[in-house]
Design a protein around this ligand. Structure first.
Ligand SMILES: Cc1cc2nc3c(=O)[nH]c(=O)nc-3n(C[C@H](O)[C@H](O)[C@H](O)COP(=O)(O)OP(=O)(O)OC[C@H]3O[C@@H](n4cnc5c(N)ncnc54)[C@H](O)[C@@H]3O)c2cc1C
Length: 372
């Protein structure tokens, strides 16, 4: 359902209609790109996508929504870099009205009774993808109607998402739940009917917006479950490393086929059990990452910790290269920057403060793309 061949992925980038996107992206059948699995896995970067879109001749002002949404990814990522593990806890304020640390069973079972949501969850288990608006509805149902603290449901979604990116995930869940925003996000049945083209009535969400303030947990969301996640990592096979060549470390967040393309180096996909214990993902997602890794010639898979890799193969720090990422803080070697869209860095209090600074660079495309 999701391509894994690099050339075909680039075609998908070139097929995006960024103008239509601005008009209809909130509809379930809108012109969304479905590029996130490739961006999250580091196969393509937000900057590469921006560059290829602008090279097709669009005026940045006409495709602002598209560029902004791409920039959300970098914005959340910059917060992760700055705040580190703090994003695993309520970031701005305690989640209002959190009543439990479990998850509504009806969401896991796709039996909330909201047809558009249940259909999307069933489809999610097969495809590993959910439309952004539906992610917001699901998060609101879990946290703001069901009273669950955001973290368990966020881990459930991250586990199954092909585009799992812990910054976009945890911080979006917190945004919906009001832990990383000033108010909780709610949507009623009319809103869902409009954006999902359904026509349902009489559900627990078929209420006016004023009624959300005094809403009790609906019966259907009162059944709660605890969830345990495990990542089925592959067996670590034998790998061979030439000690006279540099070693490039790839991982679940960096599968970039054009990184140091053509150089005669060792290329290792490092799957660290400690990372997957903390941020578990499904078998389907590990298989997807391994398939994407096939775009990188000579890539060998090592399942183990960074320290084991360097010790077992006597790697010297000076010969090791990797790309910047918050989950790499234990790596030792040369860290190379991520391919950010803009030179604006740091943790901004709001996306729009970040965007207002960043967008100035769109007026200077020569500077913007000098690094790509
Ligand atoms: C509760 C919740 C959980 C989420 N979890 C994740 C996650 O684990 N991984 C993830 O990549 N995104 C996550 N998002 C953000 C967003 O839903 C997805 O990036 C988007 O739906 C991906 O689909 P697409 O590629 O078709 O997006 P498009 O709408 O086509 O957008 C193009 C690109 O812009 C970026 N983008 C768009 N919207 C957002 C956004 N709101 N936040 C960050 N980047 C965005 C993505 O890189 C996306 O590929 C989450 C959002 C919510 C509300």
């Amino acid at each position: 359902m999701f391509e894994t061949d690099y050339e075909r992925i680039l075609k998908l980038v070139d097929n995006v209609d960024p103008v239509a996107y601005g008009r209809n992206r909130n509809f379930i059948d809108g012109d969304v790109s479905r590029l996130s699995p490739y961006i999250s896995r580091g196969v393509i970067s937000t900057k590469q996508v921006m560059k290829r879109t602008l090279e097709r001749g669009f005026n940045p002002d006409d495709i602002q929504k598209w560029l902004q949404e791409l920039a959300w990814r970098d914005y959340w990522q910059l917060i992760w870099i700055e705040k580190g593990n703090e994003i695993n806890y309520d970031l701005r304020r305690e989640q209002p009205d959190a009543k439990n640390y479990k998850m509504p069973r009806a969401v896991v079972d796709a039996s909330t009774g909201i047809e558009a949501i249940d259909d999307a969850i069933r489809e999610f288990y097969k495809s590993g993808y959910i439309h952004n608006h539906v992610r917001m509805y699901i998060a609101a149902i879990c946290c703001n109607m069901g009273g669950s603290h955001w973290k368990t449901p966020a881990r459930w979604m991250y586990y199954h998402l092909k585009d799992g990116d812990w910054a976009s995930n945890a911080l979006s869940w917190q945004w919906v739940a009001g832990a990383n925003s000033n108010k909780k996000y709610v949507a009623n049945q009319d809103n869902i009917n409009k954006y999902c083209h359904s026509n349902q009535k009489g559900t627990f969400l078929d209420i006016p917006y004023e009624a959300f303030d005094s809403m009790e947990v609906p019966e259907v969301l009162s059944g709660l479950i605890e969830l345990e996640f495990k990542t089925p990592l592959p067996e670590s096979g034998e790998i061979s490393i030439d000690p006279d060549k540099p070693t490039l470390i790839y991982n679940y967040y960096n599968l970039d086929p054009i990184w140091k393309q053509g150089l005669d180096v060792n290329r290792i996909l490092l799957l660290e059990p400690s990372v997957f214990d903390k941020y578990p993902v499904s078998k389907q997602n590990i298989s997807f990452a391994l398939e994407l890794g096939k775009n990188i010639p000579g890539l060998q898979v090592f399942v183990g910790e960074f320290g084991e890799l360097t010790q077992n193969h006597s790697l010297r720090e000076a010969d090791v290269y990797f790309k910047e990422h918050p989950l790499n803080s234990n790596y030792e070697g040369t860290e190379e920057p991520r391919n950010w869209m803009f030179s604006v860095k740091g943790c901004y209090p709001s996306f729009f403060k970040f965007w207002n600074n960043a967008r100035k660079e769109l007026k200077r495309p020569a500077d913007l793309f000098s690094q790509v």
